[in-house]
Design a protein around this ligand. Structure first.
Ligand code: PLP
Length: 463
């Protein structure tokens, strides 16, 4: 599937939507064209009913272990979002209070990430926009550092990074220098090696990206070890390479569950951090955050000035207009949950993830490569003699309503096909046990012919 949509063929172009006969009195006689703007208006109830009927075909978010995105918020948060949908983030003249809430969120996150007090940051549409802005800041700072002497800029990233980083490199013409993820020892050992990182750095390295944690496996890169290796590189060869931490998931997990882990601005080498508010920040899409350790890390020529909305404004974003609703929702969660509330939510996700990973390990034929103890997410490989591939298992689970994606780990890991399980708020022990039961039945199906699996309907679990 692609986010690019081609023009439909002529026959389909003409096709009308199939509208429930109960609404036929509310629509015009010619029906409702599928791909063409209808000639005239229809009753709002009919429009609502038609679209709702179509959206019913989307998956059940509660049984989706594929996504990191938030799919449930409290009714009070929904109410607030409804009230703020019309507020345009970019219009700080008209909506100074939304801007104020954004500033409070940036401050709370900076402190959570141990910024010593000189930090600067902003909200974004998500970690991908945050990565673009963080990457651009590194590119501009590199250019300033190098004067006219620079060659082609490069960015050192692991093969475990999210697609937003190779995307950054492609879009802004930066060479990606891939550091491999190798499986060395223990089950959770799917991380960047500091020596692999440092050996790829030179004078035209704009920065290094470490991941907290990997979208593929949930594992955290050893940020402190990478920072120490970059410190040694500076001491020995005079190369000052900034470290950016992509904490899309971990930025809202590690401060609560691994408070002793120094991955953030406690390390002077870490110059910038991004996180997704709409993942473990527990907010509906779309909101992300990027924070720099020091305002000086953000080159001034990236910030543009405009007075198009009346009054002078500074802007450092890729887009211009964006709804303020997710910002209000993020602030709602901060007020509503506080530190202890976030910790309780993430702790429960992690407990459920560990329980699920341990249960899966006990089924036989499936080997968890991580255990859910960092991000509450883990990857599972299938044994060669299982009787079906990871992709077939994913298909079979899909038929039972569960979305568990199958994909390949990167090249240095021999392209291991794995299944990934992400545990989010609302995925309870009961649902996990139901999934384990379905997995057990499915494995029985693929292992031996004969016994049809018994199963009760899943509807009782839906919210
Ligand atoms: C999800 C994710 C991203 C992209 O985040 P969006 O907020 O969806 O743009 C980037 N990096 C990592 C590690 C992620 O898990």
């Amino acid at each position: 599937m692609s986010n690019l949509h081609r023009r439909a063929g002529a026959d389909r172009h003409a096709a009308a939507l199939h509208v429930n006969p109960l609404y036929s009195g509310l629509i015009s006689e010619g029906g409702v064209p599928r791909y063409r703007l209808p000639d005239g208006p229809m009753h709002p109830d009919a429009a609502l009913a038609i679209i709702r009927d179509e959206l019913m075909l989307d998956g059940n978010a509660r049984l989706n272990l594929a996504t990191f995105s938030t799919t449930w918020m409290e009714p009070q948060a929904k109410e607030l979002i409804g009230e703020c949908l019309d507020r345009n983030m970019v219009d700080r003249e008209e909506y100074p209070q939304v801007a104020e809430l954004e500033g409070r969120c940036v401050n709370m996150l900076s402190e959570l990430w141990h910024d010593p007090g000189q930090g600067i940051g902003c909200s974004t549409a998500g970690s991908s926009e945050a990565a673009m802005l963080g990457g651009l800041a590194m590119k501009f700072a590199w250019r300033r550092r190098r004067g006219g002497a620079g060659g082609r800029p490069n960015l050192v990233i692991g093969t475990n990074t999210h697609v937003c980083w190779p995307k950054f490199c492609r879009y802004w013409d930066v060479e990606p220098r891939w550091a491999p993820i190798r499986r060395r020892g223990g089950p959770s050992d799917l991380r960047l090696d500091p020596e692999d990182v440092v050996s790829r750095c030179d004078a035209d390295t704009i920065g290094v990206v470490a991941v907290l944690g990997s979208t593929q496996t949930g594992a955290y890169d050893p940020v402190a070890d990478i920072a120490a290796a970059l410190d040694r590189l500076e001491a020995e060869r005079g190369l000052d390479v900034p470290l950016h931490v992509d904490a899309a998931g971990g930025g809202f997990v590690a401060p609560f569950l691994q408070p002793g882990l120094a991955w953030d601005f406690r390390l002077p080498r870490v110059r910038s951090i991004n996180a997704s508010g709409h993942k473990f920040g527990l907010v509906y899409p779309a909101v992300g955050w990027v924070v720099w350790q020091d305002a000086a890390d953000l080159p001034g020529d990236l910030v543009l000035h405009t007075d198009v909305l009346g009054g002078p404004q500074e802007t450092f974003t890729l887009n211009f207009s964006r709804s303020g609703a997710p910002i209000a929702a993020q602030y709602y969660n901060f007020l509503r949950l506080g530190f202890d509330g976030y910790r309780a939510v993430q702790r429960t996700c992690q407990d459920v993830a560990r329980h699920l990973a341990a249960g899966i390990a006990g089924l036989g034929g499936l080997e968890p490569l991580t255990d859910g103890g960092e991000l509450p997410a883990f990857a599972v490989r299938t044994a060669a003699d299982l009787g079906c591939t990871a992709h077939e298992l994913s298909d079979r689970l899909r038929r039972r309503g569960w979305q568990v994606p199958a994909y390949h780990l990167p090249p240095a890991l021999e392209e291991i096909p794995v299944l990934r399980f992400v545990v989010r708020n609302g995925f309870s022990f009961d649902i996990a046990d139901r999934l384990l039961a379905d997995l057990r039945d499915t494995l029985r199906e693929v292992r031996g012919p004969g016994r049809p699996a018994s199963r009760q309907p899943l509807t009782a679990l839906t919210r």
